[in-house]
Design a protein around this ligand. Structure first.
Ligand code: V47
Ligand code: SF4
Length: 371
């Protein structure tokens, strides 16, 4: 089977579910890496992208209790927090001072906040600094807003877009397969609902990302199924930009008896994702959760993007991530250059960024497959 798969990848042909399962279950990590690197270099040559961004998690109060989550809090515990408009404006001012091109906004589902509170966050950011790209609210949050307002999810997306939403992050996907999803986050929007919301976002002209949380109770077949479902939607909409495999961090979670995935697993999942998602332009090695070292090696195992100079990351740090909360542009450049790749700063929608210190302007679109 490996010979057939190799020939297919070399010819730029699609790998089937069964072939994906063979790769996931029976192929060594170096072979996976070699095959993934063929796809990676065909699409993105020697380039490795990053962006200058900042995170905002406006509240950690959440009605759900996903068993893998260390970030959420009940309202009446010392850990609980909720940002005011002024604190949000301060974060935007900080983003501006750092020269950020993107603000990434996700948080808990606060039972005492209505949809207007979440909508207002987008408005406050947009009014404070219209130039910054707002990548906000996962499909799980959009589904919650629909529950709160009794309005269709498409209507929710329209309101957010009108308020200044630029795109959607890929969170909340976890593992689509119900056998796993029902055990780790039973209350959340299911896989079909997650995909439906991204489809609607794409139809409204919003781009989005996709993720997969791995290294907990899922089996290789669940990963392959997840990737195939994403690939199917991407065939129809072409609205996904980047796929981000997210390694499970067990500390302070309901699954703290499970060991964190090894570097070998991180690289194998990265490579499998690059091979299976032949219609995704980019695969991101999110250094905050992989650590700088694995993220650097991942640039030769299918990844072409490192995410950003993320500041104020909480979700992984609450779950025990030991990485710094932010990296400077010089540090990201060194990491990429050492890996033998060429650093390119991009904006959220994959245009080159022309920068003079903290001042920047958006340049030409990055054309995949034309390196
Ligand atoms: O949906 C929560 C995950 C996600 C843990 O779109 C955990 O550019 C590991 O989606 N261990 C949110 N993972 C983060 C996210 C993301 C990150 C970076 C870039 C983008 C993008 C999106 O974090 C959640 C969940 O899957 N998560 N808890 C944990 N203990
Ligand atoms: Fe709430 Fe999100 Fe944590 Fe689930 S992952 S408990 S939805 S904050």
């Amino acid at each position: 089977m490996l010979k057939t798969i190799t020939a297919k990848i070399e010819a730029g042909e699609r790998v089937t579910y069964d072939e994906g399962l063979f790769l996931a279950e029976q192929t060594d990590v170096l072979t996976l890496g070699r095959l993934a690197n063929i796809v990676r270099e065909r699409k993105n040559g020697n380039f490795a992208y990053y962006n200058t961004n900042i995170h905002l998690n406006p509240t950690n109060v959440c009605v759900y209790r996903c068993v893998f989550c260390a970030f959420r809090s009940d309202l009446k515990t010392p850990k609980a927090y909720t940002f005011t408009d002024d604190q949000i404006r301060e974060r935007v001012a900080e983003a501006r001072a750092n020269g950020a091109t993107e603000i990434h906004v996700v948080g808990g589902l606060h039972h005492q906040k209505d949809f207007d509170w979440y909508l207002n966050i987008v408005r406050v950011i947009h009014e404070a600094w219209p130039q910054i790209h707002i990548k906000a609210w996962t499909a799980v949050e959009i589904n919650w807003f629909s529950f709160l307002t009794k309005q269709p999810t498409r209507w929710i997306l329209e309101q957010l877009k009108a308020a200044g939403l630029g795109s959607m992050p890929g969170g909340g996907a976890e593992i689509f397969h119900a056998n796993v999803r029902d055990k780790i986050c039973e209350h959340k929007a299911d896989g079909g609902e997650w995909l439906k919301i991204h489809r609607e976002a794409h139809e409204l002209g919003l781009r989005s990302n996709a993720t997969m949380l791995y290294g907990h109770i899922e089996e290789p077949r669940h990963r392959v199924d997840h990737l195939c479902r994403l690939r199917e939607l991407q065939d129809q909409t072409r609205g996904f930009q980047t796929f981000i495999p997210l390694a499970f961090h067990p500390e302070n979670t309901g699954l703290d008896h499970i060991r964190k995935p090894s570097g070998q697993t991180d690289l194998a999942v990265m490579a499998l994702s690059r091979i299976m998602l032949d219609n995704f332009d980019h695969i991101k090695a999110y250094w905050i959760m992989l650590g700088e070292k694995i993220a650097q090696v991942a640039l030769s195992f299918g990844a072409d993007d490192l995410d950003g100079t993320v500041v104020h990351e909480l979700i992984y740090h609450d779950a025990g991530a030991k990485t710094p909360e932010g990296m400077t542009v010089d540090q990201i450049h060194r990491l990429i250059l050492e890996a033998g790749r060429v650093p390119v700063e991009r904006d959220t929608l994959y245009h080159r960024v022309h920068r003079d210190g903290r001042e920047w302007s958006v340049g030409e679109p990055i054309l995949v497959g034309k390196c």
